[in-house]
Design a protein around this ligand. Structure first.
Ligand code: PRP
Ligand code: URA
Length: 207
C-alpha cells in the first residue's frame, strides 16, 4: 500500500530539502511542514462523529474526530522532528519513541530504546521517519509495534527507495506508506539517490 503525495507544495518543499545548500534551520522547518502535509493525506480516512454545539449564531451538529485513538511513534533520531510537528496538529495523540541506528557496515538496524503508549493496541499508529531506505529500520519498528499489540499502522516518510517500499509491502502488506517520492534507488552506502542526504545529520547539524 503506497500513497504518493504529488501535491505541488509537497514537491516544491521536497526539492528545497534535497538542495545541499539548504541549512539546518530551513531543513528542519521544511521537514516539519512536510510532516503536516503528508499527515493531511495519511489521516484522510479518520472517522468523524457529529457533536452538538453552539456557534455564536446558532446551535447544530458538527463533525469531530471519532473512533480509534491515535498514536504518533517517532523513530529516533530523525522522526523526532516529524513527531513534534504532528503533535501540534493532533494534540490528543499519544507519542511513542523507538530508538534505532543503522549499523554503517551491515546497514542492519540496532535497537537502543523503545517506549510506547501502553494502550498502543487500541490506537491507530502513525510511524514517523523521514527516510525509508533499505527498509530495515521501519521493518524493525513495525515488528516492535506489532509485538506491543499495534494493529493499524501507517508509515509517514518524506522520501522512500523502491527497495524499502518493496520490503515493507512484502513483509508488512497491511502497513500503508505515505511519502512524497520513491526515488531511483540506493547507493553503495545505503543512501537514497538522488535523495536528500543524511536526514538526522541535516536536521540536527551533526555533520
Ligand atoms: C536513518 C533514517 C532511518 C534509517 C533509514 O537513521 O532516519 O531511520 O536511517 O535507513 P534504512 O531504511 O536503511 O533502515 P539513522 O540510522 O542514520 O539514525 P539517526 O536518525 O540516529 O541518524
Ligand atoms: N538514512 C538517511 O538519513 N538518508 C538516506 O538516504 C538513507 C538512510
Amino acid at each position: 500500500m503506497l500513497v504518493l503525495v504529488r501535491h505541488p507544495l509537497v514537491q516544491h518543499k521536497l526539492s528545497l530539502m534535497r538542495d545541499k545548500r539548504t541549512g539546518v534551520k530551513e531543513f528542519r522547518e521544511l521537514a516539519s511542514e512536510m510532516a503536516v502535509l503528508l499527515a493531511y493525506e495519511a489521516t484522510r480516512d479518520l472517522e468523524l462523529e457529529d457533536i452538538g454545539l453552539e456557534t455564536p449564531l446558532e446551535s447544530g451538529f458538527f463533525p469531530t474526530l471519532a473512533g480509534k485513538k491515535l498514536a504518533l511513534v517517532a523513530i529516533l533520531r530523525a522522526g523526532l522532528v516529524l513527531a513534534e510537528a504532528l503533535v501540534n496538529l493532533i494534540p490528543a495523540a499519544k507519542v511513542g519513541h523507538i530508538g534505532l541506528y543503522r549499523d554503517p557496515d551491515s546497514l542492519e538496524p540496532v535497537e537502543y530504546y523503545a517506549k510506547l503508549p501502553q494502550d498502543i493496541g487500541e490506537r491507530r499508529v502513525f510511524l514517523l521517519d523521514p527516510m525509508l531506505a533499505t527498509g530495515g529500520s521501519v521493518l524493525k519498528s513495525i515488528s516492535i509495534l506489532k509485538g506491543a499489540g499495534a494493529q493499524a499502522i501507517s508509515l509517514i516518510c518524506i522520501l522512500a527507495s523502491p527497495q524499502g517500499v518493496e520490503l515493507i509491502n512484502r513483509a508488512a502488506p497491511d502497513v500503508e506508506i505515505v511519502t512524497a517520492s520513491v526515488d531511483r534507488g540506493l547507493d553503495q552506502h545505503g543512501y537514497i539517490v538522488p535523495g536528500l542526504g543524511d536526514a538526522g545529520d541535516r536536521l540536527f547539524g551533526t555533520r
